[in-house]
Write a protein that binds this ligand. Structure first.
Ligand code: SF4
Length: 736
């Protein structure tokens, strides 16, 4: 067999780089960046190369597992579905729909089959018990964007290739290549910004790899970004710097914002955030004066008690300085398929309502149909109508990735039934009664559903499967349809292809009414996600309209372009992209203005002498990456970064073990001295702690690391979005 070359969008992080794989005799020979990729132009990070390790990992599951007498035994797919049919419907019948919960993890965002067919299973279940990783890292940005612009994915992103000034908070794209901002080769783009005379300012409690690249870095007290941003907004009004620019006729609520920020003059917030008032005023002036500028905040700004307020204030600053929706400013991508802000009536929509139901125990409001992940354990433990008694996880490992996962682990053991769709027996799926293995990403075709809505440049790229599915392995969309059929009473023997055709017919009829028959016929040669994708592309903003615009896109055209199709730079989209009921940019949502009372009361809070924050590293993203040899090798990564002054005060030496204790728990981690830390702040990366019994992550278990989440309080959340507070937790550090 000769060598073949394949192109695949990397599924391992939000940067979505185009990869080129060489394959010989069914084996991956090499993986490198695809030079001709229209979006990432050959960029790759070490994780992309490790896709080979993931594909070949002997620990990766290839056969369904059923737990019998406490032990997993291998089973056929038919046996696994029969077991599910035997055990899941009775839970629903006896205890109601809310008794079955679903938990979705990050990998679901990188698989079109999961994104398209997961919601179908959710709908069939009819449960309110929906949880996802979104409430551990990004719900605040979805919520603020939804309230202001009308949809959770209408998130403005920096137009980095044309900006003159970039202010970044709580983000480390040198390690991540963007999050809620798809920007492969961030380093190259940031360097180009500076080379053309632009200015790059980073605000972070750690002088991160990104901050090291910037013109200016400011330490900020963890969790205090809200005070900096309120001080900057105050300055804009105070110094008459507000200029809305072109979007002015489309903005509501400027006066309300002005009165709401009155208590937050820079001189009042400076101590609380740790940045001098003069610097706060200067940053506001620079932002207002820059011809093309953007503010961007990410994970550190979301995983804190004021996550939604901070996410909102980032866009208030972009709007008040005239940089929203302007080239070089904060702009909206225009995705070729699946974007809500290109569908329906341009310029207005239903907007966003939260709190249509609440969690039973804590009373946390639903947000976009989800309850906070940190409420899942108590919803399992607490009896009464709606108590969770069964769980379906999809690429989700909350025992490791959610605060106080050990409480959740104990709750999982008491469930009546649990199913995991996963590639590993990990800290969460070890509790399942049935594990349904996912195919390797390389055995699956792909088109990114979410990330083109957040991309630095518009594009359409499709990846064909590199390898055939192994004998008997179902694609994930078919697995989800089988589960859907079981839940709906159709039985374990239901044919997913037939169900798919029926569902497609219903969706086409809903979308196209009397033209549906033609759409059904035109796509009849396709099935599963490919058929939905073809319909979405053809009906999308660049589509061929099923013949109405012959030069437009369809799936065949995108498939025929291995490097993807470039759809151009970001272009102004206000007002057509708005989906608020008023048709305006709702700059002052009442719920956010009301929430300002919390920081107002918090202005005088004493800052603890030591707090902990997380961190992102190039060679790690999700917890399962610690089982890949290429990423696991090298120096120990789960270390506690401690400022030398703190270390000296506490008697800690580089390389020794420290005990880190909080109200919630205590862990031990190796100390790594770092002058890049803000004094009084210690940093430990997320996703570690692979020392729990019953997993099959043999490499990760050799160097398990400490779990930051064991220190975190699952009851501390941003009340608006339900996002867990992961940053700025008070801790004590001592010699272990
Ligand atoms: S930056 Fe992300 S998408 Fe790009 S190669 Fe690395 S892991 Fe893959």
């Amino acid at each position: 067999m000769s060598e073949t070359i394949h192109h695949r969008i990397c599924p391992l992080c939000e940067a979505c780089c185009g990869l080129e794989l060489k394959v010989n005799e069914g084996k991956i020979v090499s993986i490198r960046g695809h030079e001709a990729d229209v979006f990432s132009a050959g960029y790759i990070c070490p994780k992309g190369v490790a896709l080979k390790d993931l594909h070949e990992d002997p620990d990766r599951l290839r056969t369904p597992l059923i737990k019998r007498d406490g032990e997993f035994v291998e089973a056929t797919w038919d046996e696994a579905f029969a077991e599910i049919e035997r055990r899941l419907p009775p839970v629903m019948a006896a205890h109601g729909r809310d008794a079955v919960a679903m938990s979705l993890g990050n990998p679901a965002a990188h698989k079109i089959g999961l994104l398209m067919y997961g919601p179908k299973l959710m709908k069939a279940l009819g449960t309110r018990s929906i949880f996802s990783a979104s409430t551990l890292d990004q719900m605040p940005k979805h919520l603020s964007s939804g309230l202001v612009f009308g949809h959770m994915f209408s998130i403005p992103i920096p137009d980095i290739v044309r900006t003159d000034y970039l202010l970044m908070l709580g983000a480390n794209p040198m390690a991540s290549n963007g999050s809620l901002w798809t920007v492969p080769d961030f380093r190259g783009k940031a360097k180009a910004l500076r080379a053309r005379g632009g200015k790059f300012v980073v605000v972070d409690p750690r002088r991160t790899e990104t901050a090291a690249l910037a013109d200016e870095h400011h330490f900020i007290r963890p969790g205090a970004d809200v005070f900096l941003l309120l001080g900057m907004v105050h300055t804009l009004f105070d110094e008459n710097l507000v200029r809305l620019g072109r979007v002015a006729p489309h903005v509501d609520g400027v006066d309300a914002v002005q009165s709401a920020v009155q208590p937050f003059a820079p001189e009042k917030v400076a101590d609380r955030c740790g940045i001098p008032a003069a610097d706060i005023r200067r940053l506001a002036r620079e932002l207002a004066a820059a011809p093309r500028a953007a503010v961007y905040g990410r994970i550190g700004t979301c995983t804190q008690e004021y996550g939604t307020l901070v996410s909102w204030l980032v866009d208030v600053l972009n709007t008040l300085t005239g940089h929203l929706d302007e080239p070089g400013g904060a702009m909206f991508a225009k995705a070729a398929a699946f974007a809500a802000n290109t569908a329906g009536t341009p310029g207005s929509g239903r907007g966003v309502i939260t709190g249509r139901h609440k969690s039973r125990v804590s009373g946390a409001p639903e947000v976009f149909g989800e309850l906070p992940m940190t409420c899942m354990a108590e919803e399992m433990e607490t009896s009464g109508p709606g108590q969770i008694r069964a769980l379906i996880t999809i690429g989700s490992n909350p025992v490791l990735s959610s605060p106080n996962g050990l409480r959740l682990a104990a709750a999982l053991d008491k469930l009546d039934f649990m199913i995991s769709m996963d590639i590993y027996v990990n800290e969460t799926s070890r509790h399942a009664d049935v594990i349904l293995p996912a195919p390797s990403a390389l055995e699956d075709s792909h088109y990114d559903v979410a990330f083109p809505q957040l991309s630095w440049r518009n594009h359409a790229r499709y990846s064909a499967a590199v390898f055939d599915l192994p004998q008997g392995q179902l694609p994930e969309w078919a697995t989800l349809l089988k589960l859907t059929a079981i839940v709906q009473g159709g039985g374990a023997k239901a044919d997913p292809a037939q169900l798919d055709a029926e569902q497609f017919g219903r969706e086409a009829t809903k979308l196209f009414a009397d033209k549906a028959a033609a759409v059904i016929e035109a796509t009849a040669h396709l099935k599963g996600p490919s058929r939905l994708l073809d319909m979405a592309l053809r009906n999308g903003p660049y589509g061929d309209g099923f013949g109405a615009t012959p030069d437009g896109l369809n799936l065949a055209k995108v498939q025929a372009a291995p490097g993807g199709i470039d759809l151009g730079e970001l272009t102004p989209r206000v007002p057509e992209m708005l989906r608020t009921p008023s048709g305006k940019i709702e700059l002052a949502p009442p719920s956010l203005l009301a929430d300002l009372q919390r920081p107002a009361q918090d202005l005088a809070r004493q800052t603890p002498s030591m707090v902990i924050i997380g961190r992102r590293e190039v060679r790690s993203n999700n917890s399962w990456m610690h089982n890949l040899p290429l990423l696991a090798k090298g120096p120990e990564r789960c270390t506690a970064l401690v400022h030398p002054e703190d270390a000296q005060r506490l008697g800690l030496a580089d390389g020794t073990m420290a005990r880190i204790s909080s109200r919630a728990g205590s862990i031990e981690a190796r100390v790594q001295l770092s002058g890049d830390m803000m004094p009084g702040v210690v940093s430990l990366p997320h996703g570690w702690g692979h020392n729990l019994a019953g997993t099959r992550l043999s490499l990760a278990a050799k160097r398990p690391g400490a779990n930051l989440n064991d220190l975190l309080d699952e009851n501390w959340r941003d009340p608006l979005s339900g996002n867990a507070v992961l940053s700025g937790i008070e801790v004590e550090l001592a010699v272990a």
